[in-house]
Design a protein around this ligand. Structure first.
Ligand SMILES: [Fe+2]
Ligand SMILES: [Fe+2]
Length: 293
């Protein structure tokens, strides 16, 4: 896989569907970028994919739910891999309101206006009723935007964690699985730690005890599944090990940033051989001779 694509939607739990996008990262692997649909009485879309694949995302979403039935778009934060089809969906799904913290919209306003009458603010601890269930907003232990709001579906017990628990996977075959049960534990752990040190480098500065306590709170609420934006779904039997891995994140060696040398090598690998547009630079004296009758 060398191009990103929107995958086939699949159920993660009986009433929650994943709409996956797979994004290749040169020399690293592939990272899933998941949106979700909760088949609640008032159906909920969680995040809106990436903009460059908006047509494909909307087609995949429409295969799961008719857009005019959509009542809520829960925006987990304002990063570009979560907001790609937001404004199109405001038009295509006229009954939908956007549930998110104000800061998520505030950070997007310099780029594009947002209809504030379509906004339902949720902050950590707030409860959004979606007809047959409550969604309780929550800030995950690791986040890369101050506007982040995950939530727990109080009916199904599924925990939506935004970018927390994400991780790139070495191959496309691994990224497209429907459960982390299909992956080697060491592969998931390596991806989680790499992601944690890159996406949330501040984790190296946290108070270890307080950070561990924030993870312990997740273990105590015993989620039925953990749905991260950037990892295949994880059932309850895998939650303890996801937490154990993140406990190591503050002391994990940081993944170094890509260097210019690596970028040059990458670009050279992408670039087709350039045609020689000027195969023989004429010797001016020779050229002059040829022009001389
Ligand atoms: Fe993010
Ligand atoms: Fe993300």
């Amino acid at each position: 896989m060398d191009q990103p694509f929107v995958g086939e939607p699949f159920p993660a739990t009986p009433d929650t569907y994943v709409i996956p996008t797979y994004w290749p990262i040169p020399q690293v692997g592939v990272i899933p970028m998941n949106a979700f649909v909760i088949a609640a009485a008032e159906p909920v879309l969680v995040d809106t994919g990436v903009g460059v694949l908006s047509d494909d995302f909307i087609a995949a979403l429409s295969s799961v739910i008719s857009l005019d039935q959509l009542r809520w778009i829960w925006l987990s934060h304002d990063d570009r891999d979560h907001t790609g089809s937001l404004h199109r969906l405001l038009e295509l799904a006229p009954r939908a309101r956007v549930a998110t913290p104000f800061f998520a919209i505030g950070r997007m306003l310099p780029e594009q206006p947002f209809p504030l009458d379509r906004l339902r603010l949720v902050n950590a601890g707030d409860v959004l009723n979606v007809g047959d269930r409550n969604l309780t907003a929550w800030r995950p232990p690791l986040f890369d935007s101050p506007s982040t709001a995950g939530f727990r579906d109080d009916s199904s017990g599924v925990l939506f964690t935004s970018d927390c628990f994400g991780g790139p996977l070495p191959t496309a075959e691994q990224a497209v699985v429907h459960s982390i049960a299909e992956l080697p534990e060491t592969t998931v752990a390596r991806g989680q730690l790499a992601w944690a040190t890159v996406d949330t480098p501040w984790v190296a500065m946290v108070d270890r005890h307080r950070f561990a306590a924030s993870l312990e709170r997740i273990r105590r609420i015993a989620p039925v599944a953990v749905l991260s934006s950037h990892l295949p779904p994880a059932g309850h039997q895998h939650v303890d090990r996801l937490l154990a891995t993140l406990r190591e994140a503050p002391d994990a060696p940081p993944v170094p940033g890509t260097t210019q040398t690596e970028l040059d090598a990458m670009l050279a690998g992408f670039r087709p051989a350039e045609p020689d547009l000027n195969p023989s630079v004429p010797n001016p004296a020779e050229a002059q001779k040829e022009l001389t009758p």
